[in-house]
Design a protein around this ligand. Structure first.
Ligand code: BES
Ligand code: MN
Ligand code: ZN
Length: 499
């Protein structure tokens, strides 16, 4: 993984050489430790700011080379805007914005983690460090000719803080979450000839190193369980499907687990209802939901979260073939409910149907959240800035929405109801796998709801957010790792025992 940058914490007194980064507010004020570090250069900065019309607006940058009166070779002044307006997620973004200014092979970098009012909590300093690492990630494993620009971002990034020990402590768990995000991104970015179901399962099994119990079910085991919906999707592929069940037991034994379920379609051609050629390569990312679940399990286990969690992913490849399933086929799901296949490209819901049912029945979890690149329609509805949220439970929805605002991985609740549900009734079976063009994301969610029993459940349609979204301050890679920080936050805020 190309997360080359090393991030650490130092006291403000460390003499900064190389690149120095300072924060200024909208009055161009610096905090006291920053003023001290800048010394005689403060006047240089004021002149430069006036010339460049730098006003300290949030996200704006003043970049000075070899500034007079300073040991550092380069000074980057980052505007924060009004200190009082900064939200938690903004600190991560500031870190990302800094990393975005650093070229390959930069010298050592020191970030003066102090706002204009002289304050910055250890948690916010740690968030800056996390932002640097998130932005520094790039997926370049398959590039054999590296350009000058493709190298490491910087030798080392030091975040200068008031309390080094407290900052390190705050960063310890945050770094595990960053690792989880990068694990998810890496899986989404991998090409589909490399990352087929068995290989994906092998990578998920690496979680054992962190103390996660990992069980891999093959076709034989899934046949025994009666998972006709998942297996129907998988039957046209030369690569056998898998289901992976991951368990992290960090909570009290008696406490019911929470559960996360991911769609892992390693490649979605559409099957016999084949997709058009344009852009089909993007369907290597149709396992972003499963990738998020693996990344989340990584994060929770690595930071030793005090919670019992189940992660379950259905891994298949949706291919057209002599053995592939046909429109008109009727399959029997593990729940016993029968499904008429109308369109073999509506495969994700078939995979999830069996995994959701399996998790509901086997673990009777406190709640289930599934993540899936389920419908193109959610892109039409919400674009790439919000994931679609569908749920049978208001409390869970509220908590997810709040976690979304806190992390910047935002979700938007969409409706469910019997009017939509009846659109997937079938003439020949208990239901059909598509409900027509209108409300396509909703009828897909209605389908899933038929397999959750009465477990509190939320479905996140991440077709717009999990991959291919425009670059942001904290991500320039195609796979975003969307959902890891969101769900880590959900767990941390509501489902962990007291520390
Ligand atoms: N994996 C796709 C959804 C998708 C589309 C994800 C674009 C990411 C970007 C899913 O399996 C699919 O093909 N859905 C169909 C459903 C339809 C056949 C009812 C769709 O959205 O067109
Ligand atoms: Mn499809
Ligand atoms: Zn799909």
């Amino acid at each position: 993984m190309s997360d080359a940058v090393k991030v650490g914490f130092v006291p403000f007194s460390a003499a900064p050489r190389g690149v120095l980064v300072a924060f200024a507010d909208e009055t161009l004020k610096f905090g006291p430790a920053t003023r001290k570090a800048l010394g005689g250069a403060v006047e240089t900065v004021k002149r430069a700011a006036a010339t460049a019309r730098f006003k300290g607006k949030n996200g704006s940058v003043l970049d000075l080379l070899a500034p007079d009166g300073l040991k550092a070779d380069r000074l980057i002044v980052l505007g924060t805007g009004k200190t009082a307006d900064l939200k938690d997620e903004d600190y991560t973004k500031l870190g990302g914005a800094i990393a975005g200014r650093l070229k390959a092979g930069s010298e050592a970098v020191t970030i003066l983690a102090e706002l204009a009012d002289g304050a910055m909590s250890p948690g916010h300093g740690a968030a800056i460090a996390a932002g640097v690492r998130l932005r520094a990630y790039r997926f370049d494993r398959y590039k054999t000719k590296k350009k000058d620009d493709d190298g490491k971002l910087a030798a080392a990034v030091s975040v200068a803080v008031a309390d080094v020990a407290a900052s390190r402590k705050a960063f310890a768990s945050l770094a595990s979450v960053v690792d989880g995000v990068l694990v998810a991104r890496e899986l989404v970015n991998e090409p589909p000839n490399v990352l087929f179901p068995a290989e994906f399962a092998r990578r998920a099994a690496q979680l054992r190193k962190l103390g996660v119990r990992v069980e891999v079910l093959d076709v034989k085991a899934m046949t025994k369980l009666g998972m006709g919906a998942l297996l129907g999707v998988s039957q046209g592929s030369a690569h056998d499907g898998r289901m992976v069940v991951m368990r992290w037991n960090g909570g009290k034994r008696s406490v019911k687990p929470v559960a996360f379920i991911g769609k892992g379609v390693c490649f979605d051609t559409g099957g016999i209802s084949i997709k058009p050629a344009g852009g089909m390569e993007e369907m290597k990312g149709d396992m972003a939901g499963a990738a998020c679940v693996v990344g989340l399990m990584h994060a929770l286990a690595a930071r030793k979260a005090r919670v019992n969690v189940v992660g379950a992913i259905g891994l298949v490849e949706n291919m057209p073939d002599g053995n592939a399933q046909r429109p008109g086929d009727i399959v029997t799901s593990m729940s016993g409910q029968t499904i008429e296949i109308i369109n073999t490209d509506a495969e994700g819901r078939l995979v999830l149907a069996d995994v959701l049912w399996y998790v509901a029945k086997t673990f009777k979890p406190k709640f289930m959240v599934d993540l899936a690149t389920l419908t193109g329609a959610i892109l039409v509805a919400l674009g790439t800035d919000h994931a679609g949220l569908f749920s049978n439970n208001d409390e869970l929805s509220e908590r997810l929405s709040k976690a979304g605002l806190a992390t910047g991985e935002r979700v938007w609740r969409m409706p469910l109801g019997p009017e939509y549900d009846k659109l997937i009734d079938s003439r020949f079976a208990d239901m059909k796998n598509t409900g027509g063009r209108n409300g396509g994301s909703i009828t897909a969610a209605q389908f899933l709801q038929r397999f959750v029993d009465d477990v509190p459940w939320a479905h996140l349609d991440i077709a717009g957010t999990g991959m291919g979204a425009p670059a942001t301050d904290i991500n320039t890679s195609w796979g975003s790792g969307f959902g890891v920080r969101l769900l880590d936050r959900l767990v941390a805020d509501h489902y962990e025992g007291r520390r």
